[in-house]
Design a protein. Sequence first.
Length: 676
Amino acid sequence: MQRTLFTPEKRHMAAKDAVTLASVLGERLLLVPDYQRPYAWQQRQLEELWQDLDLMGDQTRHYAGTLVLRDRDRQHMTTSGATLLESEVVDGQQRLTTCLLLLDRIRRAFAELESDKNPAARETVAHITSTYGMVTIGGVRQPRLHLGDMLHDFWTQTVLGDQPHHQGRLTDTQQRLQDAARYFDAQIQQLVSGLNSDESLVQLRRLLSRVTNGLRFLVYDVDSSSDAGVIFETLNGRGRDLTELDKIKNYLLFLANTLPSAMAEHLSQRVNVAWSDIYGHLAGTPANEDLLLRAHWLTTVSPDVRTWKGATSLKQHFAREKYVPDASRLVTVSTAPSDADDRHQTLMECVESYVDTLRLCAMFTREMAEPSTAFKSFGSYAPRVQSRTAALLRSGVVANFRPLLFAARLSHPDDGDLYLRLTDMCERYSARVFTISRYRTNAGQARLFRRAHDLIAGVPGDDVLARLEAMIWEYADDDRVRRNLDASENWYGRDGHKYFLYEYELSKARREDDVAAFEKFTGSNTGRTTEHIAPQNPDWESDDWSVLSKEDHAKLKHSIGNLVLTYDNSSYSNKSFAAKKGTRGQGAPPCYADSTLAQESELVKYDNWTAESILDRGQHLTEWALTRWAITPPSSPTDVDDDDLVLDDGRAEPTEDLALVPDDAEQPTAATAQES
């Protein structure tokens, strides 16, 4: 279960006791046991290591991973008189093998300079060989790192030596070792290309120093095989996986540590304080870290959802090579003296902007999740913003609109009027497009994200609102709304019927506080808080429902006109309409006439519950919906810009939104099976 540890999530954690490769080898002869995974690094890992070396700078330390070693009870004496203790590599053999292979390729490059009669190169070749390469024990040349038996000869004779391979086709592991050697040869050749002998010597020494002095390893020494197993399991299999939010924080801290000390301390503190606030804002809410990161990216960086790949996208956006002064890289480019200062300042400002806006968006997320006491910065607009936000939450589709709402607050932080109108328009979109017209929850998603980016880019809020309203009309004009509220539509099978009827109830109340919380009708109460006025299974043997034909009942029973919110439908059961309606003041059993819910009490105006009654109430609710979520038709086709006419890609994205019931759903869901 070998892992590559040349990752930015770990680099900023370099400990004071991390040691160099020379210290790792020290007085040891290292062996990789046969049970370990054979060499597995490929092009990607090699490129990451080379990039680390290119960007790390001279005279700097760079955390390269963890090694677990177990000393054996065997010692060897070299011909030079040094005593080497045999040690088993429990974990870390991949990076250790790669580093020693690279050092051997550097040795070869110095050897070519030695052939040019460069005495300094000759000394370096001897030092690399004795310290990192080969030693002589009992008259036999042996590598400082022994690979497993199956690789030993190839590693010793072909990779570290100069003997060609004559034993047929290479195995996959042998091929990977050979590919790694060729990769490093090519990089080293490019590094010294066009340089004379002295210049090449300088460049190779810089590279050598970065490998031997810059790369640092944490080393765990264990005493027994059992201890080795425990540590191996701990390093590779235990603990909570890093979240994307964790990875991004660690990468930003790593970037901060590449700055001069004063700037590094300032930026590190800024990141740590921001993350403390972010965790605090998200704690105790249903908010999702990944959705926050995604919405923030779509708002502030790119509206194209395909560009968001979690922490990977952030690393590409803040690619290290953009901020490392050219003079600090292995491949140098002539730059102005201010190059380093300029890049450091740019890095600090860019990271500060990202961190500050992410922290604000975390606060916005908390306020959206708990609107009843939020939005105080909007002053007199706060109560209405709270109300509209709560309605948007009840609609069940929020993630699509989060970038828009983030953008409004980031670009117009004190404009309560704009935020109120935007939240209201988002809820109208959700109601008409998703709840009523039953589009998939990603309908218009790409365009919604572009509208968010428009706000950040300075497009006037009124223009964004006009485009948003035109989108709603495009997806769900009045005719489509009417068709989807037709009596033939099965509304009982839709999760959204609770939201629809609850908003109707609020419209009848003098104050929103007069109506029980939406949660009273959802969750564990879902099954008993929707009432079929004409019951789903009437007693056709009695005369209770003789005014309603079986054919009409089958067609209309799940229509919106036959559904009403109630607190507990068990008391109504299959009773006749007259029994359900009751009379005012009758007390027990509960009846429509005594209900505190307006939509129940207004049913008393009907003398009987017929097909015509259901159609009449359905028409009434349709006209109410067209008023409650009214949309002004675009004045001309130009109100939908050319960019808006591009079809969305239709890919489903992860959201916390409610799933929509298929169009052909005829039966109640399991959650509603106990309803009347």
